[in-house]
Design a protein around this ligand. Structure first.
Ligand SMILES: Cc1cc2nc3c(=O)[nH]c(=O)nc-3n(C[C@H](O)[C@H](O)[C@H](O)COP(=O)(O)OP(=O)(O)OC[C@H]3O[C@@H](n4cnc5c(N)ncnc54)[C@H](O)[C@@H]3O)c2cc1C
Length: 384
């Protein structure tokens, strides 16, 4: 992708973010309110449809551009979590859905008229062990009847559609762990209050996350994406994009923390000199900068491989791990540099600090990435 074009897109994002200063996010955070105005502005600017092919009304841009958009949002003090999934959740539908399903949903998702940003995979009992999920979808003539529960289904209250992973064959009747799971596109407008119940979970960050209950929820059989029983594999193919894009947000956060810390360290005078003149203050910021630069190279490498259509599982995982650790190191340095003021809401540091912590846990926790590297890159025995 032409660097000038990416530069222009970055400038557009920066300009848009200028309209959403820290006070906007503080207010939303205080009330755990959804940043509707920000999401609308991104939608109107066409930034959330960048990955949808042009034939379905999107911009048909590569992942490297989506990565730049999310990085820029975070580097400018905003947060893409309220809507980043609108960019990539459609990937499952795009890659594995029928042409009829693509034509039915993608143009609406591209225009923003339809929101597909709920991704129901995690369950309270199975946790990271996705192949142990127990939410069951049973075929009944022209429908599937779904029973079970999801947890941490983010943005479900602000989504029209959900990509749902459910079991279609009981676990004791399958040959391989990855078999027996299927993916559905659920029109939530049809089922909320009629078999689907959404309950918000209040968390340490403003994340609009929920638990979702299915009680004899009927969905048409045409909601099935691809073949029955292949759902786990379909979900996996979307995970590299998700990890790379989340890593990009972490790079943006790290940028924000490093810039904010450096500015403060230059301006704040204690003992008659700027605190940034002390190496004890400089070094953690400098170290975080080096960590961020290294992680950014891995994010760019993962994007390059993804856009070239070659396998990038290891790079996507490493990018997410390194970037989430770099943003956390930068957050820690930024908070410490601000002393007591780091805890004051109006400086935005404490909010960003809380927000940055998530990415060592979701969408996949660091231990599971290390296990992946050990097994797939180092040929060590699988540990679980
Ligand atoms: C704010 C938020 C938003 C989320 N949004 C979504 C969403 O939209 N959709 C969705 O489906 N999910 C979502 N998630 C879920 C998220 O993907 C999971 O929380 C995450 O994958 C970890 O799973 P868990 O919480 O069940 O932890 P567990 O699986 O219970 O793990 C707990 C701890 O044990 C460690 N652990 C577990 N097994 C091993 C092992 N074999 N080796 C070493 N360590 C291990 C883990 O690394 C972790 O630190 C979200 C989570 C949060 C907090």
């Amino acid at each position: 992708m032409d660097e000038d074009v990416i530069g222009q897109i970055r400038a557009t994002v920066r300009q848009l973010c200028d309209g959403f200063p820290g006070t906007y996010w503080q207010e939303k955070d205080r009330h755990r309110a959804y940043p509707t105005e920000f999401v609308n502005a991104l939608t109107k600017a066409g930034l959330l449809s960048s990955l949808i092919p042009e034939e379905y009304g999107g911009a048909g841009l590569p992942l490297s551009v989506a990565s730049a958009i999310l990085e820029e949002i975070h580097a400018n003090g905003c947060n893409g979590a309220a809507c980043h999934a609108q960019m990539y959740t459609m990937g499952t539908l795009l890659r594995h859905g029928s042409e009829e399903q693509r034509r039915k949903y993608l143009p609406g998702i591209a225009s923003g008229e339809l929101r597909l940003q709920a991704f129901g995979v995690t369950e309270p009992t199975a946790g990271t062990d996705t192949t142990s999920i127990s939410t069951m979808a049973v075929r009944d003539e022209d429908d599937y009847v779904v029973n079970g529960q999801k947890v941490w289904t983010s943005r479900a209250e602000y989504s029209d559609l959900m990509i749902l992973l459910a079991r279609t064959t009981a676990k004791d009747k399958i040959q391989k762990r990855a078999d027996g799971l299927s993916v559905f596109i659920v029109d939530m407008r049809e089922v909320v209050g009629k078999g689907m119940t959404i309950r918000p979970i209040r968390t340490m960050i403003n994340h609009a996350t929920t638990e979702v209950f299915f009680d004899n929820m009927r969905i048409p059989a045409s909601s099935l994406i691809g073949e029955e029983g292949k759902g786990f594999r379909y979900i996996l193919t979307g995970m590299n994009a998700e990890r790379i894009l989340i890593a990009s947000e972490c790079i943006g956060d790290a940028d924000w923390f490093i810039r904010t810390a450096s500015n403060y360290a230059r301006e704040r005078t204690v003992f008659g000199r700027p605190i940034g003149q002390n190496q004890g203050v400089q070094f953690p910021i400098a170290r975080a900068y080096a960590q961020k630069k290294a992680a950014d190279l891995m994010v760019k490498e993962a994007c390059r491989l993804y856009d070239a259509g070659v396998p990038c599982g290891a790079e996507a995982n490493m990018a997410k791990m390194l970037a989430s650790e770099a943003s956390w190191a930068a957050g820690e340095a930024c908070l410490q540099t601000h002393g007591g003021f780091g805890f004051a809401e109006e400086y935005d540091v404490e909010r960003k600090f809380r927000e940055a912590r998530l990415y060592q846990v979701a969408p996949i926790s660091t231990n599971l990435i290390l296990s992946y590297i050990a097994e797939h890159e180092l040929d060590l025995p699988r540990s679980y």
